[in-house]
Design a protein around this ligand. Sequence first.
Ligand SMILES: Cc1cc2nc3c(=O)[nH]c(=O)nc-3n(C[C@H](O)[C@H](O)[C@H](O)COP(=O)(O)OP(=O)(O)OC[C@H]3O[C@@H](n4cnc5c(N)ncnc54)[C@H](O)[C@@H]3O)c2cc1C
Length: 824
Amino acid sequence: MDEKNNAATPLKPTAQAVVIGGGLVGCSILYHLAKLGWTDVMLLERSELTSGSTWHAAASVHGLHDNSNISKLQYYTMKLYEELEEETGQSVGFQKNGYIYVAQTEDREHQLRIQAAKAKAFGVVFNELSMEELKEMNPLINTEGLRCAFFEPDSGYVDPSGVTYAYALGARKRGAQVHRFTPVTETVQREDGSWDVVTPRGTVHAQVVINVAGLWGREVAGLGGYELPLMTMEHQYMVTETMPEIEALGDKRIPAVSDWDGEYYMRQEGKGLLVGAYEKDGRYWAEKGTPLDFGHELLPDDLDRIMPNIMNAMTRIPDLEHTGIKKMINGPMIWTPDAAALYGPVPELENYYCCNGIIPGFSQSGGLGLMLAQWVIHGEPELDMFVWDVARFGSWADREFTKARTLDRYAHRFKIHYPYEERAAGRPARVRPLYERQKALGAAFGLNYGWEHPLWFADESWPRDEQGNVVETYGFRRQPWHEKVGEECKALRASAGLIDISNFAKYEIKGAGAADWLNAMMANRVPTVDGRSCLTPLLSKRGGVAGDFTITKLGDDHFMMFGSGMAERYHQRYFKAVPRPDTVSFESRTDALCGFNLAGPNAREIMSRLAPQEDFSNEAFRFMRSRRMTIAGCDVLVLRVSFTGDLGYEIYMKEEDQVKLYDLILESGGDLGVRPVGSRALLSLRMEKGYGSWGREYSTEYWPHESGLDGLIKMDKEFLNRDSFAELQGREARYRLVLMSVETPHDADAVGGEPIFDSKGNHVGRVTSGGYGHSVGMSLALGYVNLDQSKPGTELDVAVLGLPHKATVLEKPPFDAEGKRLRS
Ligand SMILES: Cc1cc2nc3c(=O)[nH]c(=O)nc-3n(C[C@H](O)[C@H](O)[C@H](O)COP(=O)(O)OP(=O)(O)OC[C@H]3O[C@@H](n4cnc5c(N)ncnc54)[C@H](O)[C@@H]3O)c2cc1C
């Protein structure tokens, strides 16, 4: 490719961006940067292109994914492969034989039907097959035990090096440079935020650096002074000898088979089959770091380890049983704790991006390249990419956590991940002092940005594991804990509930100019009177919603701000975007402070008992006000707000006071019926009020005047990304956020992600959150729909379980539409 590559030839000393790593993904990023207009870009590869996981991959490519945005990007990738070949003349070897997905269980059938509904929404083909059609397509398949089968014709597999070289060629044709045998040995940041990228062939001064070092992602991160939660695992597949049954088919090629219940994958390779396995007994490789001299090598194979999976494959394709193995491949693959990419700008570093831990690289390479190039060049990708964002993990995702989670993910690669599912591996990672007490009270815990937090509370009869943890079941339909959550919701609405909200992000802003700085960042105006609070959106680069916060004024130049806990690291990017004067301090108090939400009609009476010296009457302590006070000798901050939509108070205290205050509240309100309530109840209660939530209804993809947050935006002042919003304001909203009631004949509620269709079957929107409104007795869904479908009373079809479910757009929320309870 670039014949001049040798140590004696110095590199061009400057570049707009340097991509570190010439695997499949690095080359795609280079290609997309050049395609989007950054042509002075350079890729540095320590060896030959494809020298990491890329060269030995099975390179299967498919479109569907549980996450709709990832599905979109996978379809984009498949389409791109064909264009790439045409554009560059380099064959990508795309064998478009299609994918057959089969279901052996009812739940797998639901999963495939959900996928089929989404495929309809995306306008891609994903057809159900009869067993006869299935047999005709793949005569080798044994259909026994199959409930249903679907066919995705546009998928298949590619030639790993063909695709990688095609990306590299496409990039070079646009002016990008590709340098092989050029290891990056240092990355040093300059004062102005740009980078010196050091190699044996000289130093390149780059505006932007991108770590796409695949198996060496950890090592390259180390050069930049940060860590990534990555762990390398062995992964094996086998290729069989020629099979007479396939040979007999002549030129006909059989589609690949996804029989996920068997934890293997299978496709035609030559005149035989390729079968890969994600075994239960997975193995780490190079735990402490990938050796720098590891190259085009494979690991010793171990057929016994994957034998249970291969046996499953033999049940499905019986001819495999009498077919010899031509070769075994055991190659290293690098995993993240949730098997999704670590992606985007590293929040702590300016002008530094990463794209690591890619498992289905061949399905995702195009999408990864496109979104990252948009992020670098335009400051934000067009789709909400939090599902891949490196900021979803913090330092709490340490080596032990990462090891436990990656192994769990590897062993359950094709497992159905149900709504509400919580995995036990690697936990607890972070707990509050109250953890043991809540556990004793029967809390089933969930993981939120590393923290354990109560989801709901079980009674003593509920099953526990050996460690005393409540055992939950999961499924697409309502589970037994649905009733327990319902009891919590009803108890809160009838008397009072105590919800642990310690996992909210909490920030303290102090010093001369604090209000100006906050006003320069947030779209609403911060309060000017002590003890007043406001809700405010934070706008993204393109004017979408990057966050929603509550800010309360504690005193002169002194504010507390509360936001989404899981977005704490994500929001750092925005907080850093507005220069903060030296006089203003900004401190995260998330770890140091805990919080409770005490809500329900008896909340006021309980507060009065806790702090008898205070006046809690509505006149003295109104909605959206805050007050610092003492409760049993503990200093607390009390805000009169509640995400439950009920009369309620948020109480923030030092971590060391958490247990004492929890006990005191339960004790003081015992005769009034207060009880512990978990976050699943909170989800149900906020749905009853139609409240949106960050990461669901509020995302960078939706405009403020679509989500209804535009009323909180003050255009008579400057704020972050104001111009983008001003431009959007001139455009008509594309969608409207609506609350719908949903009929649920199958005992299953919407959970988010379901496509919405109109009465004629046209795709008109997407559910963002769903759940059962226990206190109002109806199933609810929040979602964005086209404007002409947003009128109250409009009848729609929400694809819960992938099946049509009648839904009606509600005129007003079913609980306390006038806000009387909230403001009483
Ligand atoms: C056995 C096996 C089967 C697989 N099958 C499939 C499949 O069927 N479908 C699918 O989609 N995916 C599959 N994968 C996964 C796929 O291979 C990866 O997702 C993909 O290759 C990741 O590409 P990458 O560019 O991120 O990383 P890599 O391929 O690891 O590339 C990283 C590159 O960075 C270079 N580099 C590292 N450090 C430096 C440095 N300091 N300076 C310069 N260069 C550096 C390396 O030399 C390497 O070339 C499989 C993987 C394995 C192991």
